[in-house]
Design a protein around this ligand. Sequence first.
Ligand code: ASP
Ligand code: MG
Length: 463
Amino acid sequence: MTEQQTEQQATSEQQPVVLKFGGTSVKDAEAMRRVVEIVERKRGNHPVVVTSACAGVTDMLLSTARCGGTGDLNGALQNVRHLRQRHLEILGDLGLPLERSCQEELTELLHEIEQLARGVVLLGELTPRTLDAFASFGERLSSLLLGDAFRAAGWDVAVADSRQFIITDSNFVNASPLMPEIDAHVAEHLIPLVQRHEVVVAQGFIGRTLNGITTTIGRGGSDHTGALVGAALHATEIQIWTDVSGILTADPRAVPQAAVVPHVTFTEARELAWFGAKVIHPDTIVPAVERAIPVVIKNSMRPDDAGTRILPDGSPISCGIHSITSKRGMISVMLGPRDPRATSLGFQKALGIFAAHNLPIQCAAVAEARAIITVESAGFNDVILAGLEADYAVELMPEMAVIGLIGAGLRSQPGIISTPLSALGAIPISFVVAGSSDHIILLGVAEQHATEALQRTHSALFE
Ligand code: ASP
Ligand code: MG
């Protein structure tokens, strides 16, 4: 075997890599060309590209549907004209000779949207199933155009129809993917394309029921598609390309010096999302996590930035605090016994009251006959208060913030808490919750001190 043949065999046996691009990364021809350049780095590694609709298009499709549903044919047709103009403009800007382009299919899809809008006006009824039919066009259009962008750059590209392998239940608008079905259909419909072409482009967000009806898996669902496809393909990694360079050490609006965190574990990513970071919704990547496939967050405007790798739990990762979040809009409820001589609180009763009102407890600290429980103010009300007052002496601390110090191996790091605590200086600390998780330490401060607390702890830990 020649060296070249060995290399070819090596690459053809390689597992694919999945790259997901959000709406702003494919918003026009220039952005699509950037996507092609980014994927160029993975040429030979069987790249599978999962794309969102062009920025704003899903919203416009849904508004078209709603116009139709209220009988506003003119409004709906005006939207369709915008959609047509927008996509034909990208087609023109991509500059492929029309006979080699997706023009025909694109025009056909745009025509179908118009037909659908007229149909809804006639019926005077808009069902969730019809909403999904509308919404699905965004990704179907953008994927055709992205296919052309690859073709224009000389790639051998296939545009797959994700509805052939993203099989879901029939909970329209928010359908749940069925993983065993997806595994089987990816093997049948996607893997052959991956083997035969240099790159495959597929749509995020859309799927179909077992009976073949188009569904969508919830707004912003393309990340989830990326994880599903990556999991079913046993990809080497899943790259989520977005407009930030990854998970940051703190919110850059409060802390301009915030830097990218190179590695986090999945549980850390979960804590981060729960305590306020908005880069990725961790539930969306569960299919990847379950198969131990790393998920990397990358910035399509700054492709050389390393990004953040979200690694399976248990991966070797440096111990310590990796990032700091602050969550405002909290209220802390201090509970004591009604009888001041009591030595125990009967804390579980309080838990029951919050649970009965479906109000999640953000954090709690309990000592002897006193407890401080923190919840989101928006969910707290007089009924809960009255319930608590029946059994406890209650004192409320409104306008609180919870500072989350998030990392790995925090329980086994002696002295880890001393740096942030002393950094707070004169800022009063209402509570500390440590040791309940290896990944998070929480500090309660008044909302008015939250930004300063974030800046001081960040500076002490990272600057
Ligand atoms: N296009 C869909 C939406 O805007 C899905 C996505 O972008 O992830 O919600
Ligand atoms: Mg979107």
